[in-house]
Write a protein that binds this ligand. Sequence first.
Ligand code: NCD
Length: 319
Amino acid sequence: MTPASRPSPPSGAFSSRRLISVDDLSIDEITFLLNLATYYAGFLQRSDPAPGRLAGRTQINLFFEDSTRTNLSFELAGKKLGADVINVPVSASSIHKGESLVDTAQTLAAMGADVMIVRAKEEGLHQKLSEILNCVVMNGGAGAFEHPTQALLDAAAILSEFETIEGLTIAICGDIKHSRVAGSDTTLFQKLGAKVRFVGPADLMPDNNQFADVERYGSLADGIANADVVMGLRMQFERMGDGGADAAQGYYEKFGLSHDTIKLAKPDAKIMHPGPMNRGVEIDGALADDPDRSLILRQVFYGVAMRMACLDAFVTRGE
Ligand code: NCD
């Protein structure tokens, strides 16, 4: 494709300087980010160099919890846009000498960060950092609470398959209680007009006062009936405390996603999963790998495109 025939990025200003929660985003901002992600997806698909929107900027990835997809796709996204990207080796940092997370973040910001991507489990930390640091702060995952860029990339992956999210029925299955992805996805999909359902055993459902308007199902057959999209989740044992491993007992027999059980959803329903997957625990490998059914690798692809969009929008368009 010649440069002249390349699509233009969406126009418009973007005034936000932090991405902490899906709740912070207006519909206009969400639409802008989805359009910008589509624009960047084009560069990735054509293996074309993207514009160096972040050239000369410093991006610091500060992940206090494990991550493969989020950390590496933020790294790749920043590099594709020309940023100097630093991944903080947390396990070898001064956190182990007793330094607080806030002090570590402040120290890194003082090195001249333009944007810091933070993953941590402490409630309220991202908010606090966004108030005290003189750089853009993005939430790369906050405990069991929020994962806004995952919600945005999931919406982009759905839109690569469906014309609109409005009116879709999206069933989220499994360990919803401990899943920041389920929380952020539900908020975003509802904002975009989807009907979200929760499906799983009662002890893996969020408290009744959270997402009170979402229908809950204790039966997979009822919960995914007529669903357009079925999303599996990992059992997040690390957040369950003692006895958590019991949650997996008998789960697959009742709620496991496979070619057999997905027949209960719409005939052309798509499967999603934020990863990491545990094959045979919440999802059968053959279904996860079926390109006619599974959007799982497309979610990963849009992870890079959407994080390019977020970096561009929050770092360079909010000035
Ligand atoms: C998830 C996360 O870390 O919240 N993964 C991701 O970011 N793609 C889901 C999980 O840990 O199960």
